[in-house]
Design a protein around this ligand. Structure first.
Ligand code: ADP
Ligand code: MG
Length: 357
């Protein structure tokens, strides 16, 4: 394995100490030892993905348990498949009656709806009937008949999700409708865990939720955390490195979940305008944003939009940056990443450019 691959595998969450002058060595070693003692890491499986939490804090071990509990709490509320989840109850009562839900869920649904409107419906949490028809929540996937897609599309309109703040209820107006927070829940969960840990005094942490990264502060040595932007065509390779402090890096890509039928690949990010997997000329979209919730929704939405529309949208916003990998082998980073993104895809014939406002 070449050096680049080793770095790709080992970088997330590991500390890279640079060599230091001899006179500083002792102090440095002492510092490293105390940092290592305070460095706690645990991996678990939740929300259908592998999560690794690295927390630098003397109570790190307990704090990670708290973080994992928070994830389970959210999973029980937000899962579209777990019996009894608030989301499942809303879906089961579609076309029947409004369901009372905690304010927290109401707010997340409202945020999801707003992001849907802002992105011209590229992000649509009411897409679930179509996601189901493709089998992405089942064991078996297959291309559904066009007739089925045509019948289901009218059930994916976000305007038919009625949120009533006063009574704290959510209502899907048509029978057969269903909401699915799969495109935003992990980002939201990382924000919640981040807030929880910060509230308990954590000043340095790295949260990886299925490869989506959210960080608190910097590494204990004061340098920024590093996140890799994966090569969508090779899980052991990357097209670039990001240096980040106290922010989130979230990627959506067709390569993450897909099936093959008659030699063609069909992935799990659906274009709500057609009901088919989005074919927008992109292999992946990585969003860098302080809000994990927004980063997650936007990674899905901008993937659907395609490069041109996504860049137009980015120009209207000032709270996120993005890295796109196109099917033509181009890596495009937005200009706010000028100092933090390093392109590393040249060996694999990727080309690179920076997009300006
Ligand atoms: P992942 O969760 O695999 O990291 P995403 O954040 O892009 O990837 O979310 C994809 C999931 O979101 C799909 O599995 C599906 O449940 C749901 N989804 C698919 N298409 C859309 C869409 N256009 N808008 C909102 N959610 C979507
Ligand atoms: Mg997403």
């Amino acid at each position: 394995m070449n050096l680049k691959k080793w770095i790709a595998l080992g970088l997330t969450g590991c500390f890279l100490f640079s060599g230091c002058a001899e006179q500083r060595e002792q102090a440095q070693t002492a510092l490293e030892n105390s940092q290592q003692e305070n460095r706690h890491e645990a991996t678990s499986f939740a929300m259908d993905t592998v999560m690794t939490f690295t927390v630098i804090h003397e109570d790190g071990e307990e704090l990670i348990i708290d973080a994992e509990q928070e994830i389970r709490r959210l999973e029980n509320l937000l899962s579209v498949t777990l019996d009894g989840s608030e989301i499942k109850q809303i879906n089961e009562n579609a076309g029947k009656e409004p369901v009372r839900i905690p304010t927290e869920i109401l707010e997340l649904l409202q945020t999801s709806k707003d992001l849907g409107t802002e992105t011209g419906n590229a992000f649509d949490i009411a897409i679930y009937p179509i996601v189901k028809a493709w089998g992405f929540t089942e064991e078996e996937q297959s291309v559904p008949p066009q007739e089925t897609i045509d019948q289901l599309l009218p059930l994916t309109d976000l305007n038919d999700l009625i949120l009533d703040k006063e009574n704290s209820t959510a209502y899907l107006e048509k029978e057969g409708m269903a909401v699915d927070l799969g495109g935003i829940a992990k980002g939201y969960a990382s924000d919640s865990v981040k807030a929880l840990l910060k509230g308990k005094g954590v000043e340095s942490a790295l949260l990886s939720l299925g490869g989506n990264i959210c960080t608190i502060g910097n590494k204990p040595d004061g340098s920024p955390w590093k996140a890799v932007v994966q090569n969508p065509l090779d899980a052991n390779d990357y097209v670039g490195l990001l240096e980040i402090s106290d922010t989130c890096v979230i990627t959506s890509g067709g390569y993450q979940r897909y099936f093959e039928e008659n030699g063609k690949q069909y992935h799990h990010i659906i274009n709500p305008a057609t009901g088919w997997p989005a074919e927008s000329g992109l292999l992946s979209v990585t969003i860098v944003c302080d809000s994990g919730t927004k980063a997650d929704a936007l990674s899905t939405a901008l993937f659907v939009m395609g490069l041109e529309d996504a860049l137009e949208y980015w120009k209207t916003q000032d709270d996120f940056e993005a890295i796109f990998v196109t099917t033509d082998g181009e890596v495009v980073a937005t200009e706010g990443l000028k100092d933090s993104f390093t392109f590393e895809g040249k060996d694999n014939d990727f080309t690179y450019r920076m997009a300006e406002r």
